[in-house]
Design a protein around this ligand. Structure first.
Ligand SMILES: [Fe+2]
Length: 481
C-alpha cells in the first residue's frame, strides 16, 4: 500500500463510490468497476484488498471515464495475481489529492482454476431491465399484458439473483441490460411520472440516465460479490431503440440525429462494464472469453461485426451504426479461441450470444451464417441465447437438423433460448407456430438458467423461476469428452 496516501473509513451514506461490479479475467484476476456521482474523471480510482477483512494490505489503481450524458463517473481497476478459489475482501475509493474515502468492505471469491473438476454452477440470464417504478413492477399500464408484469408480492429476477448469488461461480447476462431505451415508451404511456417539463427528447434523455443509475445500483447488489459477466444486446445501442416518437407539445418527431452521442452507439455499455476482453484478445465489452473450472465460456456479439460482409439484423435502429472493430476481427478471434481450447483442461465449451438463430422466434439469420459453422466444427457443447422473452429448450442442432442422439452424446451444439428475466413489458406471447427443433417452451414465467457442470461428461441445464426458485425444466447433457 502507498503509505503516503490516506485511506479513510467512511460511513456508508457518505461513501463516494458505489455500484461495485466484478468480472473474472483469464489470468487469476478480477476486473473491478464502480461509479461515483458527477464528474470525477480527474481522480485516480483505487481498490484495497486482501484475504483478511481486517487487513486490506494490497492495493490496485486504474482509470476513470465519463460519457457525455452520464450522471456519474465510471472507475475501472484491474486486480491480478489472486489465489484461486479464495475469499477476498475489498473496498473502493477515488483518490482526491491524497485522500481516499473507502466504501464499505465488500467480499468475493476468486475463480476456481481452469481444470478443477469439482461440481460447478453458474447462472445465465437474458433481457433484464430495472425493477420498480422505472421498469418492471405490478403497475404497468393496461397496454402491457398481464403475464408481462409482476404479480402482487412476486419476486423479480433481480431479487432472485441477489438472494441466490452465493450459489454461483458467476452470473452471465447475455444481452439487453436495463432497458433504459424503454424511457420513451414508458413516458408516452404515462407510466413514468414526475418528469421535467421539457421536450420529449430531453425527458427521454434524462430518464435514460436515471434508469441506468438505478439499474447499476440494483445489479451491484449481486455483482459486487458474484462476478457479473455480460454480452451486448440490441437495447444497449440507442436511446429510441429505433422507435419513432412525436413530441406531443410541438408535434415534431424525435430524430436520431438529435440524440446526444452519449445515448448512441452502445455508449453506456462500452463505458460502464469492464469485461475481460483485452485479457482474452477480444474487443471492448463485446467479445471475450474466460476459463474457470471445467468450462471455457465465450461471449459473442450478435449486434454488429458479423464478419465476411454479413449484415447484422436491420431493426431500424441507428442507420449509421458501424462495425465496432476491424473487418472479420470478431470471427477470426472466435475461430482462434475455439482452436486453442484444451479440452483436457476445459472439456466444456459454452458460447453465449444475444440473438437466437434457432427456435420458434429466430431473429438473426446472419448470425447463423456467421457463427454456426465454427461452433459446429469445433464441437461447442452448448449455445445460450436471449432476446426472445420466453424460455425455449431446443435440440442439439447442425445446420437446421436435430442431432439424432439428442442429449446422449450429440456431435452438434445444444441450443437454449431464454430472455425471460423481465423488464417493463418484457415477456412475449406464445408463438403461433412452435419450431420442430423445440423440445420445451414455457411462456409467461420470469426466470433464468442455471448450469451445473457435474464432471467432464455430464452437464445439467435448468430453467429456474424467479418467484420461488422452482426448477421447472431440467435436462442433463452427456458428452463423451
Ligand atoms: Fe434483445
Amino acid at each position: 500500500m502507498i503509505k503516503s496516501l490516506l485511506f479513510s473509513a467512511s460511513a456508508a451514506a457518505a461513501s463516494l463510490t458505489y455500484q461495485q461490479r466484478l468480472a473474472i479475467t483469464p489470468d487469476n484476476g478480477v476486473n473491478v468497476a464502480f461509479n461515483s456521482k458527477g464528474n470525477n474523471t480527474m481522480y485516480t480510482p483505487r481498490v484495497v484488498y486482501g484475504s483478511d477483512s481486517n487487513n486490506l494490505d494490497k492495493e490496485a489503481s486504474g482509470d476513470s471515464s465519463m460519457y457525455q450524458t452520464s450522471l456519474s463517473t465510471t472507475h475501472k481497476v484491474p486486480i491480478r495475481g489472486l489465489d484461486p478459489d479464495t475469499q477476498y475482501f475489498y473496498a473502493t475509493c477515488i483518490d482526491k489529492d491524497g485522500d481516499c474515502s473507502l466504501s464499505d468492505t465488500l467480499s468475493f471469491k476468486s475463480a476456481v482454476s481452469p481444470g478443477c473438476t469439482h461440481e460447478f454452477k453458474f447462472a445465465v440470464l437474458g433481457d433484464m431491465g430495472v425493477m420498480g417504478p422505472l421498469g418492471l413492477s405490478t403497475e404497468a399500464p393496461s397496454s402491457v399484458e398481464d403475464y408481462a408484469r409482476l404479480d402482487e408480492g412476486e419476486r423479480s429476477t433481480m431479487k432472485a439473483l441477489i438472494d441466490n448469488k452465493d450459489k454461483y461461480q458467476f452470473i452471465i447476462h447475455n444481452g439487453d441490460h436495463a432497458y433504459a431505451d424503454d424511457a420513451g415508451k414508458e413516458i408516452t404511456a404515462g407510466y413514468i411520472k414526475d418528469i421535467p417539463d421539457e421536450s420529449l427528447l430531453q425527458q427521454m434523455s434524462e430518464t435514460y440516465e436515471t434508469i441506468l443509475e438505478t439499474y447499476f445500483n440494483q445489479t451491484s447488489q449481486f455483482a459486487r460479490s458474484t462476478p457479473y459477466l455480460v454480452g451486448p444486446g440490441n437495447h444497449e445501442q440507442l436511446l429510441t431503440e429505433g422507435k419513432e416518437y412525436t413530441d406531443p407539445e410541438t408535434n415534431e418527431p424525435v430524430l436520431i440525429d438529435d440524440i446526444p452521442q452519449g445515448q448512441r452507439n452502445f455508449t453506456f455499455y462500452k463505458d460502464r462494464f469492464f469485461m475481460p476482453s483485452s485479457e482474452s484478445g477480444g474487443f471492448g465489452n463485446f467479445w471475450w472469453s474466460v476459463e474457470a473450472g471445467p468450462v471455457k465460456y465465450i461471449q459473442i456479439n450478435t449486434e454488429t461485426d458479423l464478419g465476411n460482409g454479413i449484415a447484422p439484423v436491420d431493426d431500424k435502429q441507428d442507420p449509421e451504426q458501424q462495425d465496432l472493430a476491424a473487418p472479420n476481427a470478431q470471427i477470426d478471434w472466435l475461430e482462434e479461441q475455439l482452436k486453442q481450447v484444451n479440452r483436457d483442461v476445459t472439456p466444456w465449451v459454452i458460447v453465449g450470444g444475444h440473438r437466437p438463430w434457432y427456435g420458434s422466434l429466430p431473429d438473426c439469420d446472419g448470425c447463423k451464417d456467421a457463427f454456426e459453422p465454427l461452433l459446429t466444427k469445433y464441437g461447442v457443447d452448448l449455445v445460450m441465447h436471449g432476446h426472445i422473452h420466453l424460455y425455449e429448450r431446443l435440440a442439439p442442432i447442425n445446420n437446421g437438423t436435430a442431432d439424432a442422439n439428442e442429449l446422449n452424446n450429440p456431435a452438434a451444439p445444444w441450443y437454449i433460448v431464454n430472455g425471460a428475466a423481465g423488464h417493463y413489458d418484457g415477456l412475449d406471447g406464445m408463438p403461433d407456430e412452435v419450431s420442430p427443433l423445440s423440445r420445451q417452451i414455457i411462456q409467461g414465467v420470469f426466470g433464468y438458467d442455471e448450469i451445473t457442470i457435474h464432471n467432464r461428461t455430464h452437464l445439467t441445464h435448468s430453467f429456474i423461476t424467479s418467484k420461488n426458485d422452482t426448477l421447472i425444466d431440467s435436462q442433463t447433457l452427456y458428452k463423451a469428452h
